[in-house]
Ligand binder design. Structure first.
Ligand SMILES: Nc1ncnc2c1ncn2[C@@H]1O[C@H](COP(=O)(O)OP(=O)(O)OP(=O)(O)O)[C@@H](O)[C@H]1O
Ligand SMILES: [Mg+2]
Length: 380
């Protein structure tokens, strides 16, 4: 038989207690104040809040049962008052792990709500908890993204490693057949036939080097081998190395005059970083002009690589620097999504940074900013 029990104190009684120090709460409910999870006790039918623990009082939306709600649905429109979790629970609806989104100017938060109705008294009392799972959901979606990117990487990487090997095998088999048939091949024929094999071996070398660098960077083992040298020499040398490759896709590569400064960097690593940026400008630059320039200011050098190609959408400008990430549009099958990650790690190892901006009139501008002097042990 259900029996009427004395009412638990209303939320207003809780407020009175806070303000006066006089407690009207039954002992059990006082314990709930020590919980970090917002918890309510609600009267069945009326949706009257009988008790709100300290954590629940931090979140206004929990107690805003009537009026315009700050809870929103999937489309971001406010939830009708009848859909408020307190109202639903008071109607006897079972809420087990139901997600509710709370829209705030500082950013949305998601709560998982559980409600248990106790009908051993009359009217019944619902105990509800509201757990903030915003961070977990974010971590989950980041993890899913990273896993997806890694799966794509594995399939692209196996394809990338396989195709040079196939070409290499064909070239060597052809050479072997030629050698059997003709006894000895003239040096010029041999050199010509070996050319594609060498190209594929170089390509394989770059791929394997990139993979090695990624595993080094991930284990914080990017150890720098610093030396003092003149900036202009490095920029010109790397730029010149790519002029021909750029020309083959219709791009004119220009290296602007460099300021005369001495830097204290790992020369090979900075060459690698600049090469990765220029290779990208060639790959994604749609055959337009490419400019490389350096600027020294406030104890740091900014190396800029600018192209007039497909550009990087604003929403992708952070994540393309993560390993295996490629922007949604324009990526090509032979790209692994490692180049910019390696640039970022080289920049970090030097105590610098790398970023991308859109360019007026289309294309993108990547800036690698490195301090002139690198202090020991900055890369932790
Ligand atoms: N200059 C650029 N213009 C437009 N998009 C770019 C540019 N540079 C990089 N991106 C985008 O960023 C992504 C990541 O670049 P990243 O250099 O890390 O990898 P990748 O070029 O795809 O492969 P790889 O490992 O061979 O360098 C690219 O896939 C591309 O979508
Ligand atoms: Mg690249």
């Amino acid at each position: 038989m259900r029996h009427r029990v004395p009412r638990a104190p209303s939320v207003f009684a809780v407020r009175v207690e806070r303000e006066t120090g006089v407690s009207e709460q039954p002992g059990q409910e006082r314990v709930l104040d020590f919980l970090a999870v917002p918890t309510l006790r609600v009267e069945e039918g009326t949706a009257r809040v009988l008790f709100a623990n300290a954590a629940a009082r931090q979140f206004p939306f929990i107690l805003e049962v009537t009026g315009r709600s700050t809870l929103v649905n999937q489309e971001g429109s406010p939830l009708p008052s009848e859909q408020h979790p307190v109202k639903r629970a008071a109607r006897g609806e079972p809420l087990e792990g139901v997600l509710f989104r709370w829209a705030r100017p500082e950013g949305e938060r998601t709560f998982v709500v559980h409600a248990r109705l106790d009908r051993s008294c009359s009217p019944g009392v619902v105990t509800m908890s509201f757990q903030d799972v915003t961070q977990w959901l974010r971590a989950e979606s980041d993890l899913l993204r990273a896993l997806g990117a890694r799966d794509t990487f594995l399939s692209v990487a196996s394809h990338e490693l396989k195709s040079p090997i196939t070409v290499l095998q064909l070239v060597l088999e052809r050479l072997q057949r030629g050698a059997h048939r003709e006894g000895s091949l003239p040096g010029s024929v041999l050199a010509e036939r070996l050319e594609p094999a060498l190209r594929q071996v170089r390509r394989l070398g770059v791929l394997v080097q990139n993979l090695l660098d990624v595993s080094r960077a991930r284990n914080n083992r990017f150890v720098l081998d610093r030396e003092r040298f003149e900036l202009g020499g490095l920029v010109r040398e790397v730029g010149e190395r790519f002029v021909e490759q750029a020309r083959q896709v219709g791009s004119e590569l220009t290296v602007e005059d460099c300021p005369q400064v001495e830097v204290h960097w790992d020369r090979l690593r900075v060459e690698q970083a600049l090469s990765n940026l220029i290779t990208n400008a060639i790959k994604y630059g749609a055959g337009g002009p490419i400019t490389v320039r350096a600027e020294a200011r406030d104890g740091a050098v900014s190396l800029r690589v600018e192209d007039r190609g497909i550009g990087v959408p604003e929403g992708d400008r952070e994540r393309i620097f993560n390993p295996f990430e490629r922007a949604a549009s324009g990526h090509r099958v032979e790209s692994l999504g490692l180049g910019l990650y390696i640039v970022r790690e080289i920049a970090r190892a030097h105590g610098g940074s790398v970023g991308v901006m859109g360019r007026d009139g289309g294309g993108s501008c990547f800036t690698l900013r490195l301090p002139l002097e690198v202090t020991e042990g900055e890369y932790e």
